[in-house]
Every structure is written in C-alpha cells, then in structure tokens.
Design a protein around this ligand. Structure first.
Ligand SMILES: Nc1nc2c(c(=O)[nH]1)N(C=O)[C@@H](CNc1ccc(C(=O)N[C@@H](CCC(=O)O)C(=O)O)cc1)CN2
Ligand SMILES: Nc1ncnc2c1ncn2[C@@H]1O[C@H](COP(=O)(O)OP(=O)(O)OP(=O)(O)O)[C@@H](O)[C@H]1O
Length: 196
C-alpha cells in the first residue's frame, strides 16, 4: 500500500472509532484533556496559544479554551482559507464564534494573518493519530503541515502538542516528505512526549 493509501485507511478507521463515541464519552474526555493540558508546563508558561474549536467527536477543546481564556492566556483560533491554509483570529468566548464550512465554528474578529501562528508560545493541534516519532496524521488538507512549516521557517520553536484519544497513539503513521513532528500528545489518559 502506498503511504497515501495507508493514510486514507488510517483516517477512515480513526473517524469510524470516533463516530461510535457518545456525547457523554466526548464530554468526559474533553474534561480530562483540559485538565492534562492545563498542567503542562509549556502551557502554564505560555502567554499565547494557538488552539482549535473541536467539532463532533473530535478530542474536545471547550473546557480547555474557557480555562485558558480565564487565566489570561491569549488564544488564537484558525480560520480555514479557500486554499486550505489557515488564517488566525483571537478567541473572544464561544458566543463570538460563527458557523463556517465543514461543520466548523470560527472566530469572526480581526484576522491576524497566516504568519500569526509563528508568534505563539504553544500550538495545540487537532489530529487523528500520532506515532512514537511524533509524526501526526491530520484530516488531509495539509493545513497544519503548512502552519508547522511556517513556524520552522520563522525560527520560532513553540511547543507543538496534538490532542487525541488514547487509542490514537499508534505504532506508525504513514509519512510523507512534508510531514512535521509534534513534541507531545495529550490524551484523556495523560501526556506522552516524543523525541528530545
Ligand atoms: N476543529 C477543527 N478545526 C480545524 C481543523 C480540524 O481538524 N478540526 N482543521 C485541520 O486542518 C482545519 C480545518 N480543516 C477541516 C478539514 C476537514 C473537515 C471535515 O472533514 N469535516 C467533516 C465534518 C467533521 C465532523 O463533523 O466531525 C465534513 O466536512 O464532513 C473539517 C475541518 C482548521 N480548523
Ligand atoms: N508546506 C506545504 N505547503 C503546501 N502544501 C502542503 C504543505 N505541506 C503539505 N501540503 C499539502 O497538503 C496535502 C495534505 O497533506 P497531509 O495528508 O500530510 O495532511 P495532514 O497532515 O493529514 O493534514 P493537516 O496538516 O491539515 O492536519 C498534501 O497534498 C500536501 O501536498
């Protein structure tokens, strides 16, 4: 199987497993994810964090976004652009989010530009799986690959942390040239660090 076909197959399996979670499973996991994330030193020390607004059965960020905001951390959220790249905009509470395409909720304030992600202290990434090398599988748009490439090019080194369910840390994620590793994964079970 080609790496591309293997990526598709793994995406399909993870999404099928997530589709079996109940609303209660997702809510409980979101609370646990939030607790672990808030204990992470990289996040405790961060003045600004790029995060995402979880949808459906994705690892939930609701409690985490509220807690980060409450403790005074500046939070940036992605706005999906027509070419699948990401712009960034400040989180100003859930009431300020608007419905966007693909089931997403996005901020509607001033857009800070594609490079805004290079100026944060930590990036919380959505994902479908990660392996022991920290290589991450996303939804396939290459949006976060581009954000991570931009960060590397800028010379910045924010903590890069993917949020996942426990079974999504797998032996191996099919990789391609453009894939970038993350530093850690947070699951409802705890924190797993890669490399370094
Ligand atoms: N919450 C969240 N925000 C994100 C991402 C993500 O993965 N999750 N992205 C990561 O790059 C970017 C958006 N890319 C996306 C690409 C595809 C789909 C998607 O396949 N949506 C499904 C519905 C998903 C659901 O309801 O669970 C669809 O369109 O059918 C969503 C976002 C930026 N914002
Ligand atoms: N730095 C980049 N610049 C432009 N396109 C890119 C870049 N990195 C990846 N891509 C493109 O994005 C597409 C999807 O890549 P891939 O399947 O690795 O996405 P993913 O990591 O699963 O998704 P995401 O990064 O959105 O979470 C590929 O067609 C790839 O060519």
């Amino acid at each position: 199987m080609s790496e591309l076909a293997a990526k598709r197959a793994l995406r399909r399996d993870v999404l099928a497993a997530r589709a079996r979670l109940t609303t209660e499973d997702v809510a409980k996991a979101a609370d646990a994810l939030g607790e672990h994330a808030l204990e992470l030193p990289e996040l405790a020390e961060a003045a600004s964090v790029a995060a995402y607004v979880s949808i459906g059965a994705e690892p939930g960020t609701g409690p985490l976004l509220r807690a980060l905001s409450a403790r005074g951390t500046r939070v940036l959220l992605p706005v999906l652009l027509p070419d699948n790249d990401l712009d960034w905009c400040a989180y100003e509470g859930h009431d300020a989010l608007v419905r966007a395409g693909r089931g997403l909720w996005e901020p509607s304030g001033t857009r800070e530009g594609r490079d805004a992600v290079t100026r944060v202290d930590a990036v919380l990434l959505p994902g479908l799986a990660v392996d022991g090398r920290g290589l991450r599988l996303g939804r396939g748009g290459g949006s976060y690959d581009r954000a991570l490439a931009r960060i590397a090019l800028s010379g910045a080194s924010p903590a890069r942390v993917v949020l996942l369910y426990d079974g999504e840390i797998v032996p191996r994620v099919p990789d391609e040239e453009h894939d970038w590793a993350v530093d850690a994964a947070i699951t409802p079970h705890g924190v797993r660090r890669f490399g370094g």
